[in-house]
Write a protein that binds this ligand. Structure first.
Ligand SMILES: [Zn+2]
Length: 157
C-alpha cells in the first residue's frame, strides 16, 4: 500500500473510535505502524478496516491487528496470493514468505550434524512478528543456510 492508502485507513479507523488521529504521539505511532504493514496491498485494507471496526475498542497493537486481517484476506483470496507471488508484485517482498524467511542450516557454535529447519523474521521488509531472530537471505546464505521459503520451493518445482 502507499502512504496515501495508509493515511486514509489510519484516519478512518481512528474516527470510527472517536479518536483524534493527528496528535504528535499518534504521528510517531503512525510511522512505526506504517513501516510494519507497508507490504500489505491496498486491496486488502477494506477487509482489514471492517474487521478492526467490528471491535469494541481500537486495538493497542494496530500493526498486529492489521496483519491478522491481512492473513484472513490471504486465506480468502488464495488466487490473488498466488498471482502476487508469481509476479513478485510491488508491495510483496520477494525475499520472504509472509514476512518470514525459512531456512535450513546449522547454527554457529551448534553441535548439530545435519541441518535443521528454522524460521527468521525477514530482514529485508521488516515483516513477521514475535521474538525470533531477524535475518537477511544474504546473511543466511553466507552462514551456510539454504533458503527454503515455500515460494522458492514452488519456483524450483
Ligand atoms: Zn520480506
Amino acid at each position: 500500500m502507499t502512504d496515501n492508502d495508509f493515511a486514509r485507513f489510519w484516519t478512518d479507523i481512528h474516527s470510527t473510535f472517536g479518536i483524534d488521529s493527528g496528535t504528535k504521539i499518534k504521528l510517531a505511532a503512525y510511522n512505526r505502524t506504517f513501516e510494519k504493514v507497508e507490504h500489505v496491498p491496498a486491496e486488502a485494507l477494506k477487509l482489514i478496516q471492517s474487521r478492526i471496526e467490528d471491535l469494541d475498542t481500537l486495538p493497542r497493537n494496530l500493526s498486529k491487528a492489521i496483519l491478522n486481517g491481512w492473513y484472513e484476506w490471504k486465506s480468502r483470496n488464495p488466487d490473488r496470493l498466488r498471482a502476487e507471488q508469481e509476479s513478485g508484485a510491488k508491495g510483496g517482498c520477494p525475499n520472504c514468505h509472509d514476512g518470514y524467511i525459512w531456512a535450513k542450516g546449522i547454527p554457529f557454535g551448534s553441535k548439530l550434524v545435519t541441518p535443521n529447519p528454522y524460521v527468521f523474521r525477514c530482514g529485508h521488509c521488516g515483516g513477521g512478528e514475535g521474538a525470533i531472530p531477524k535475518a537477511t537471505r544474504e546473511g543466511l546464505e553466507a552462514a551456510g543456510y539454504i533458503i527454503t521459503n515455500p515460494a522458492y520451493v514452488k519456483e524450483a518445482a
